[in-house]
Design a protein around this ligand. Sequence first.
Ligand code: CA2
Length: 152
Amino acid sequence: MTQSAAKPIYVLNGPNLNLLGEREPEIYGRATLADIEAACRARAQSHGFHIVFRQTNVEGELIGWLHEARSAGCAVVLNAAGWTHTSVALHDAVKAIAIPVIETHLSNPGAREPFRHVSYVSMAAKGVIAGFGAQSYLLAIDAAAACAAPSS
Ligand code: CA2
């Protein structure tokens, strides 16, 4: 279905994800964030959606983008990176959003260090996709498009 008039899916990325592809490829893969953005754009387009794709190392900026998405977006794919495991403010911002928020991770935090087993985002998100590398983002776009489709 073509949804050219639909609101965009926001794909929001937290701290250090701008370094993807440079270090720890055994955990996060070799794709850069620019590679992931291009793949997300194509996947969203295949569902008839546009995306807004952003990354920040400033927590307040991410919270501002979540506020923006409340009215300007149809769904959010959120990789909050390290803030996932620390931020009550982020939890509150996700909770304040009526559109679906899909928590997304390249790695599977549940299979890593204990401090990554807590997610302040999961408690407020519609669902979680983790552990599939860059593919996690594409699965999250699929989920966002399904949630945001008028028939769902
Ligand atoms: O697996 C994920 O997507 C994470 O959100 C990535 C975060 C980590 O803190 C979460 O537990 C899981 C880390 C993002 C930092 O990525 C880097 C990539 C390359 C080099 C350094 C950091």
